[in-house]
Design a protein around this ligand. Sequence first.
Ligand code: NAD
Length: 366
Amino acid sequence: MTQEKVYKIALIPGDGIGPDIVTAACEVLDKAAGRFGFRLEYEELLAGGAALDASGEPLPQYTVEAAKGADAVMLGAVGGPKWDTLPTALRPEKALLGLRSSLGLFANLRPARMFPALVAQSPLRPEITAQGMDIMIVRELTGGIYFGEQGRSGRGEERKAYDTEAYSYPEIVRIARIAFGLAQGRNKQLTLVDKANILTTSQLWREVVKEIAPEYPDVQLDYLYVDNAAMQLVKRPYSFDVILTSNMFGDILSDEAAQITGSIGLLPSASLGLPGKPGMYEPIHGSAPDIAGQNKANPLATILSAAMLLRLSLGEEDAAAAIEDAVTKVLADGYRSPDLLAPGETAQEGMLLGTLEMTSAVLAAL
Ligand code: NAD
């Protein structure tokens, strides 16, 4: 008799709508697991405001250790007005940075996909959105200018400030390999976005990416300067597959791509470290304190993050694809949460759903 596969998932619901959307994602994960012959064991952990309230610190050591020992980490969102006046070291957001660094999460994956049923949500013209869009942005997360040496000096008109960007070969090669690997499983096209006409760090990125490209002969590699990439994303979003870029450029371009899809309630993300280490999966939106506890949160971004978890950390591709198909079907059937309505648009009779009903619709489609 073959033994049932069991995976350990560290669950960090967090604050605001976090607990509602994480509960929704677990129900969907469990249903997919039952259908595809594996089981998930969850351990619920505290981080963010919830941890501050319970223990006085945003990221208890126990949470870090338990997350490290899991196969993957599923996070809702952290933060809220209750903790906004605390000193920086005690802000709930510190938990995110702490988890990223303790788990060594250097690659941030932000897919931006246009659902056919929601093209009216996009700020782009219909002739562009009609051609679809399915982009995976791979952003370096732990290096570059956000982590470089910075300084400030002088007073009055003598004030000066500087930030520096540094990247090393190992930092570039490990994320480039993730991006090439993802491209191999998708449309086999990789675009490196940089500013190699000016920045020496960008020149190193190009050099390193070119050096390893022959190991991935099935992937077509091209390059774009970041200013041009920002323009091409709105002009021809349908023509991109995987975009690989540095921390700051990825920060900006992933938000641009998110806006093109029209709803942050639909966008998942993954953060990955070295192979074999747990990845962390979360929606790109925050804890939405304005709608917390009102059954108004759209759970789909978290459910789609759960699908990424199955694919990228557990290798359960069929279950991941089944969840994504179920979400596509629910949207195609006309079901909407309030955030998915374009300005002035109303849902059809009986099609406007809360968190619980939207989750049930996905479960039914699965
Ligand atoms: P937000 O993403 O929480 O909310 C922005 C707007 O989008 C709000 O109107 C909210 O109601 C709506 N929204 C967000 N997610 C939604 C969903 N799933 N369904 C329906 N509507 C949704 O951003 P914010 O208001 O700037 O931040 C609120 C808190 O979240 C802050 O404390 C912030 O620091 C924190 N935050 C956390 C994360 C994270 O945990 N990764 C990310 C961003 C912001």
